[in-house]
Design a binder for this molecule. Structure first.
Ligand code: HEC
Length: 324
């Protein structure tokens, strides 16, 4: 139905339709796809290592010993967590006070961003549609090129850390702008790629090449899709992987479309189901984490979701990419 309407448009926009890399997106009537509301929150310097240390985050022991995942304890609390972390002040809990985990707060920055997330597939492409209000964002002047960036990170079920702790599996204490970063330009990495992890992170010593090759061949990798946004300009898409470091894939096989109206961004990211670092198949189990940089921010100064699961076509998961 949507397609028919499109063809009735002028020759010019029809050319746009034929040649736009995001053709599949245009065919999905997102109003007909069920959405899930989630809340992204501002995480400050809460790294993998921080969250694994009971003295810093008291849930660490239950995570390690009782198999409790981050989201089990925290989904539903994001609106309390984000605002107190973003303030840069000491944080208050029923059990007492904990020190700040944001040494360089951005004045006036909101602590959380609610979003509605929908997944669909058309048998060829996987599509994710995210609607969110970023609120009134101060300009952090960290990324002059883009006001807002929306990133969806995926793994197959072969990255257990990502399944249990989402983005924290890749966010280490010695990455750029993190507590043990010490001016380093280190990007995200998965824990098993590094020879040794300490409270300060994995440093630069990797596992031997043979072990890295085996991990990669086993699907131990994350893939991310990103939409880079400015109001009134076409979205720019990026694709990349996280293994021993974060690397952009060029050219991007991911396409992005976005609109902004009444304070709400509507962003659609898509690529073919097959062929990326993560290969999407109907019987596969996937994990997902979502991040939003708003207010010209970069690095850790973003909003993040806790870990979520994804199924293609049907299945029991937080998100189901319904067939359209
Ligand atoms: C067993 C429950 C439990 C689990 C599992 C758990 N946490 Fe926590 N988390 C807590 C509690 C309780 C606090 C409050 C502060 C404290 O006691 O350390 C907390 C605090 C936090 C905070 C700071 C919140 C604020 O308002 O400042 C962050 C961020 C956090 N946890 C992230 C994580 C991550 C990431 C994981 C998974 C690796 C995780 N948590 C797993 C119980 C848990």
């Amino acid at each position: 139905m949507m397609t028919r309407k499109r063809y009735a448009l002028s020759a010019l926009s029809m050319m746009g339709f034929l040649f736009a890399a995001g053709t599949a997106n245009a065919a999905v009537d997102w109003a007909s796809v069920p959405g899930k509301d989630i809340v992204l929150f501002y995480p400050g310097q809460s790294s993998f290592e921080w969250s694994m240390t009971a003295g810093d985050m008291s849930g660490a022991t239950a995570f390690r010993n009782e198999g409790k995942d981050c989201g089990t304890c925290h989904i539903g609390e994001e609106k309390d967590m984000g605002p107190q972390i973003v303030s840069g002040k000491a944080r208050t809990f029923k059990t007492g006070e904990k020190p700040s985990i944001e040494p360089t707060p951005i004045a006036g920055k909101p602590g959380d961003v609610p979003a509605t997330v929908k997944f669909a597939n058309d048998g060829t492409n996987l599509m994710v549609h995210i609607e969110f209000k970023e609120g009134t964002q101060p300009d952090a002047k960290q990324d002059a090129a883009f006001a807002t960036k929306v990133t969806v990170m995926f793994s197959a079920a072969k990255v257990p850390e990502f399944g249990r702790m989402g983005c924290w599996s890749a966010c280490h204490d010695d990455a750029a702008s993190m507590a043990s970063g010490a001016g380093a330009t280190r990007t995200k990495y998965l824990p098993k790629t590094h020879a040794k992890l300490t409270r300060q992170g994995g440093g630069d010593a990797l596992k031997p090449a043979g072990e890295l090759a085996t991990l990669k061949a086993d699907g131990y990798v994350l893939e991310y899709w990103q939409a880079r946004l400015n109001q009134g300009a076409p979205a720019q898409a990026a694709q990349g992987t996280v293994f021993d470091k974060r690397e952009e894939v060029k050219p991007s096989a991911v396409t992005a479309e976005a609109t902004f109206a009444n304070g709400t961004w509507s962003v659609t990211l898509s690529r073919k189901l097959a062929g990326g670092a993560v290969n999407f198949a109907p019987d596969g189990k996937y994990n997902v984490g979502i991040a939003i940089h708003a207010g010209h921010t970069a690095q850790r100064f973003h909003y993040v979701s806790f870990e979520r699961s994804l199924a293609i076509n049907s299945g029991s998961a937080d998100f189901v990419a319904v067939k359209k």
